[in-house]
Design a protein around this ligand. Structure first.
Ligand SMILES: [Zn+2]
Ligand SMILES: [Zn+2]
Length: 224
C-alpha cells in the first residue's frame, strides 16, 4: 500500500494551523485556562472508509471564561477573531440538557472549529478537527487464484458448482467486504465476512459420493 505523495505533510500542516488557531482563541478568550491546550498527538483513523482516512482533532478542551465577560460577548469576540483570520463563521443558540448555550462554528481549509459557552457556567469549550485525509493509496484488489481447477481437482471430486473451483466467496472474491458509495465499505452479504465460498467452505471441490440429489443437478454428467 503506497503512501499518497504529500498527504501526510498536508495533514500535518492543517493540524498545526488548526492548533495554532485554537491556541490563539484560548489565549484571547480564556487566558487563565490551566492546563493549556494539549499537543495534537497522532492523527486518528476514521474507520469504515476505503482507503482509510486520518485526521487530527481536539475534542472539547475546556477553558476558563473571565468572570467579567458574558457568554454573548465571548461568542461575538470568538466570531470576530475567526472572521479576521479568514474563517467562515456561524453563531447559533442551542439548548444542551436544558441549558442555553451559544455555539460559534467556523470552517476554513476543510477544518472545523466549535466554541461553546453559556452564562450558566464560567467555562468555554473549544473543539476542532482537520478534514479526514487519505494517507495511502487504495489497496489494489487482485482476484485470488482458484484453489482447484479442472486439472487439479481430486479424483472422485468435482469443482464446486457455486464458486467453480475458486474456493473464495463469489460475491466478494475473498475480500469479506465490498465498497459502498455511501458507507465506504459493507460486509459481504453473501459470505458475511467469512470470505470463503458458502457451499464448499473454501475446499473448492465437492465429493461426488456426497452430492445431494439437488446438487447432482449441477453435474448432469456425474454418476449417482
Ligand atoms: Zn465453492
Ligand atoms: Zn463474500
Amino acid at each position: 500500500m503506497g503512501a499518497v505523495p504529500g498527504a501526510r505533510e498536508e495533514l500535518d500542516r492543517l493540524g498545526r494551523a488548526l492548533r495554532r488557531q485554537l491556541v490563539d482563541l484560548v489565549d484571547d478568550l480564556a487566558p487563565d485556562s490551566d492546563p493549556s491546550l494539549p499537543p495534537l498527538g497522532e492523527p486518528e483513523t476514521v474507520h469504515g472508509h476505503e482507503p482509510l482516512r486520518h485526521r487530527y482533532s481536539v475534542d472539547a478542551f475546556t477553558g476558563k471564561r473571565p468572570a467579567h465577560v458574558s457568554a454573548a460577548d465571548t461568542a461575538s469576540r470568538a466570531a470576530d477573531l475567526l472572521d479576521a483570520a479568514g474563517w467562515e463563521v456561524t453563531t447559533s443558540r442551542e439548548d444542551t440538557d436544558g441549558t442555553p448555550h451559544i455555539v460559534v462554528t467556523a470552517r476554513h481549509d476543510g477544518c472545523g472549529i466549535e466554541i461553546r459557552t453559556t452564562d450558566h457556567a464560567p467555562t468555554i469549550r473549544f473543539a476542532g478537527r482537520t478534514p479526514a485525509v487519505a494517507l495511502h493509496e487504495p489497496q489494489e484488489f487482485r482476484r485470488p487464484r482458484p484453489v482447484r481447477t479442472a486439472e487439479t481437482v481430486t479424483p472422485g471430486y468435482v469443482l464446486c458448482y457455486e464458486c467453480d473451483g475458486l474456493g473464495w466467496c463469489h460475491g466478494c472474491e475473498g475480500r469479506g467486504r465490498l465498497p459502498d458509495p455511501t458507507r465506504g465499505r459493507i460486509n459481504c452479504p453473501a459470505c458475511h465476512r467469512s470470505r470463503v465460498c458458502v457451499i464448499c467452505r473454501g475446499a473448492a471441490e465437492l465429493a461426488v459420493s456426497q452430492l445431494s440429489p439437488y446438487q447432482h443437478g449441477y453435474y448432469p454428467e456425474s454418476e449417482r
